[in-house]
Design a protein around this ligand. Structure first.
Ligand SMILES: C[C@](O)(C(=O)O)[C@H](CC(=O)O)C(=O)O
Ligand SMILES: [Mg+2]
Length: 302
């Protein structure tokens, strides 16, 4: 009801404990607060808040146009809806190391369980596109050191993402991952790995938890959870997938509506009113006022 009950520090503590166990935790990307609830209801271990989705939601490309306030605001709306830990994409940290420090504190205050900061230059781009550029190692490490220094909850996860694989190759990615860990990163997000063997090579090089990005239409094949577990990954995200599914479904629905003038044939594609009301916990509001939930909804689709 209303919001999740688990306080942020407790979500972070439990998240760190699970991460330390070495298991693979699955974090689909929530494209809005309601979808975070769905991710929880469907049995996943956490929620990812994607920068690409945040930008796309506003009709913007993913090139660093969104502001820290927008990102923190959306992160807060999503994190408070679920008992699960939510980790958020902080892009390049919104500027210089001092901006990174402020970013960490804002996102901590917003109730997130952690974030990732990447080593791209500004303007950044999706990690699965060609033509990326990364900052020098010193700058990349400064960003992470500033992030680690700024957090107030030691369980707030500071993950370093490196985009260097697509620019300078796997050896450079391994070197940078090691340096980022030495700078204090709690976890590494090796972006745009081409094969499972590449994930495995990073696994063999560092001891901290590793994240695999299973974004569609990118540089990585869509490996299964079992395959990623076998090569020692600890977190997997499907950052934009729910938005892609929802928008694909919306496109087909609109085409049908435009063509036939009715959505009657689409009902079985839709979340039923009863499912929606269950997700937003209508019955729970009787706690305040028993006049609120005093109706029944038939679950059959006409
Ligand atoms: C993970 C990512 O940073 C995101 O913003 O969700 C993107 C995803 C995408 O654009 O497909 C990325 O750079 O991989
Ligand atoms: Mg991103």
């Amino acid at each position: 009801m209303l919001y999740a009950k688990t306080p942020a520090h407790e979500k972070r503590r439990a998240f760190r404990e699970r991460l330390a166990s070495g298991e693979l935790l699955r974090f689909p990307g929530a494209f809005n607060p309601l979808s975070a609830r769905l991710i929880e209801q469907r049995g996943f271990e956490g929620v990812y808040v994607s920068g690409a989705v945040l930008a796309a939601d506003l009709g913007l490309p993913d090139i660093g146009l969104t502001t820290l306030s927008e990102v923190a605001g959306r992160g807060r709306q999503i994190a408070r809806m679920t008992e699960l830990p939510a980790i958020i994409d902080a892009d390049t940290g919104f500027g210089e190391p001092m901006n990174v420090a402020r970013t960490v504190q804002e996102l901590e205050d917003a109730g997130l369980a952690g974030l990732h900061i990447e080593d791209q230059v500004n303007p950044k781009r999706c990690g699965h596109l060609d033509g990326k550029q990364v900052v020098d190692q010193h700058t990349a490490l400064q960003r992470i050191a500033a992030a680690v220094d700024a957090r107030r909850d030691e369980n707030f996860l500071i993950m370093a993402r490196t985009d260097i694989r697509a620019v300078e190759g796997l050896d450079a990615a391994i070197d940078r991952a090691k340096a980022l860990v030495d700078a204090g990163a709690d976890a590494i997000f090796p972006e745009a790995m081409a094969t499972l063997a590449e994930f495995e090579a990073v696994r063999n090089a560092v001891d901290v938890p590793l994240l695999a990005n299973m974004t569609e239409f990118g540089k990585s094949d869509l490996f299964t959870v079992d395959q990623l577990r076998d090569v020692g990954m600890n977190l997997v995200i499907w950052p934009v997938s729910l938005l892609r599914l929802a928008m694909g479904s919306a496109m087909r629905g609109l085409d049908e509506l435009e063509a036939s003038g009715s959505l009657q044939t689409q009902l079985d594609q839709m979340q039923h009113r009863a499912e929606l009301y269950d997700l937003v916990d209508y019955p729970g509001y009787n706690h305040f006022d028993t006049d609120i939930y005093n109706f029944t909804i038939t679950k059959e689709r006409p």
